[in-house]
Design a protein around this ligand. Structure first.
Ligand SMILES: Cc1cc2nc3c(=O)[nH]c(=O)nc-3n(C[C@H](O)[C@H](O)[C@H](O)COP(=O)(O)OP(=O)(O)OC[C@H]3O[C@@H](n4cnc5c(N)ncnc54)[C@H](O)[C@@H]3O)c2cc1C
Length: 292
């Protein structure tokens, strides 16, 4: 058994938590529940992204409101996708994982209580168990879900938004665009392999989307996204209120953070997270490396 990074019990609070004074993001803690869910549908969104809809009786009580809410997804053993996933349990107030269990973080793309469906959009790749599971996903298989632990409402009242993502940030980006009101100008910078890896982007009256194609370069190895952010920052009017959200490979996000710092944009106008790290399995996005 091992304890789970970032998974406190969450059992004591269901009301809005204290807001850190410096953060304009409103956070509401949710009761942490481990659920065993069934794959209801699988859909190809692009050559490298699959949509997986999950449901079942254990979805009761599920909640997710914010565009970047995420949960820990629990997978069957690597190579045995039809087995049941090993799920964590709460022991003496801490969540622990059974030996051999595999979990990774995924954004909650949508939750439809009426349809009894929670949807994840999962990047397909051969380098890790979650990417391999996504490649073969089929209705009838099972996944586990722990969380979201917190639902977060970021500021929706800014003049300008800049979103910088790779494939792993595309689900959050799509949710952002669905939730943002009309009014702000929105710059989307999205790095993918090529045209076949682009996904449909929800309509928003102020959006301008730039797809950055890395071609044959490995994900997480180019400066395409940081370079594009650097250029986008120079185009922002001095008096505009801004929100910048970046979710991509960790060293790429670090480079973005460097450009943000040099631009003088206030840290409280940004949320930047390394969603994975090249060469690291089960990267902890809450580690210093994920936030640095
Ligand atoms: C808050 C949060 C939300 C996220 N939301 C999503 C989401 O909605 N959809 C999504 O697809 N991902 C999402 N991710 C990213 C996902 O958790 C990671 O990509 C995870 O590492 C995949 O697990 P794995 O088992 O495939 O690879 P791991 O076992 O973790 O890593 C094994 C190897 O695979 C490589 N690797 C990991 N991810 C990728 C990748 N995407 N492309 C290429 N190589 C990779 C690593 O370099 C590593 O060497 C999110 C991450 C966080 C922190």
């Amino acid at each position: 058994m091992s304890s789970i990074a970032g998974a406190g019990t969450g059992s004591s609070a269901t009301s809005p938590s204290d807001v850190a004074p410096a953060s304009p993001v409103r956070r509401t803690k949710l009761p942490l529940v481990a659920r065993r869910l069934e794959v209801l549908r699988v859909e190809d969104l692009s050559a490298s992204m699959r949509r997986v809809a999950l449901g079942g009786p254990e979805l009761a009580g599920f909640r997710s409101d914010g565009p970047t809410d995420h949960a820990k997804v629990w997978f069957p053993p690597d190579g045995r996708p039809d087995d049941a996933p090993l799920l964590p349990s709460e022991v003496d107030g801490a969540w622990v994982a059974p030996d051999g269990a595999t979990c990774r973080d995924y954004s909650i793309r949508t939750f439809d209580p009426g349809a009894g469906e929670v949807v994840l959009d999962m990047a397909v790749h051969a380098h890790g168990p979650a990417g391999r599971w996504a490649a073969q996903a089929r209705p009838g298989q099972q996944l586990g879900l722990l969380g979201p632990k917190t639902t977060k409402t970021p500021p929706m009242d800014r003049d300008r938004y800049v979103f910088a993502v790779d494939e792993t940030g595309l689900p959050g980006l799509q949710s952002w665009l669905e939730q943002l009101p009309a009014g702000p100008r929105v710059r989307v910078l999205a790095e993918v392999g090529g045209t076949a890896d682009e996904v449909p982007v929800p309509e928003h009256p102020g959006v301008e989307v730039t797809w950055l194609h890395r071609g044959t370069a490995e994900p997480g190895t180019t400066t395409l996204l940081p370079d594009a952010v650097r250029d986008a920052l120079t185009e922002l009017p001095d008096d505009a209120t801004v929100w910048l959200w970046a979710a991509a490979e960790a060293t790429v996000v670090r480079a973005i953070r460097g450009h943000v710092t040099r631009s003088g944009l206030d840290k409280r106008s940004c949320s930047m997270t390394g969603y994975w790290r090249l060469g690291v399995a089960n990267f902890d996005h809450k580690s210093e490396d994920g936030q640095a």
